[in-house]
Design a protein around this ligand. Sequence first.
Ligand SMILES: [Zn+2]
Ligand SMILES: [Zn+2]
Length: 252
Amino acid sequence: MYANYHTHTARCQHASGQDREYIEAAIEAGIQILGFSDHCPWIFPDGYISSIRMAPTEVENYVFSLETLRKEYEKDIQLLIGLEAEYLPSLMEAQEQLLEDLPLDYMILGQHFLDAENKSTFTGTPGNDESTLKTYVDMVIEAIETGKYLYVAHPDLIHYTGSDAIYEKHMLRLCQYLKSKNVPLEINMLGAFQGRHYPSDKFLRIVQKAGNTCIIGIDAHAPEQLLNKEGEIICKKITDQYQLTLCEPPLA
Ligand SMILES: [Zn+2]
Ligand SMILES: [Zn+2]
């Protein structure tokens, strides 16, 4: 893999390893552009503290650590500093203020929730409610309209278990929209390797039909996942099977 924009750090509380170990694993894997995109903090108005993302107080240290390492490893690899975040309109302003002075290279959209995580259900939870599916698609589109996000991580995280026709109606609308905006969608290597419900066959058929550009995201939650050859082979098989077009790394 030449570039990977989907890399976490231990700050999100469900990943392991030192920042430096991710970089060294990426160099060993031959990756030339490594983008960190750890789970972005939210400031919850009710004081709720998340246990699945970095704390707001850690974001400065995150950027500082990666800037220091970027200098140290500049001859070996190009490092980018990003974040993976949901789009949650009622919380955006506080998040923007938190991030405003930080030298971030990009954000990716990972719509794990449709509202604050203590008030909503993980979008990867199986369910057959069409309105949830529709809201998910509407929110991803609204997010991309802001121009803030480089690409959509695991767009098929939404786990709709109802009819294929209803699924296609909404997800084709999403794919056609992304295609019209030239925004890539991610083939998520972690999901593919671990046999999660994404990348999903029914979604990939829609992607093939809409003709989106795709990007493979490792979604590394441990340094050694950057060296996952088997995951790479699975993703290559997926791109061949559905004749997907991989895009050039957008920040190369
Ligand atoms: Zn994660
Ligand atoms: Zn991720």
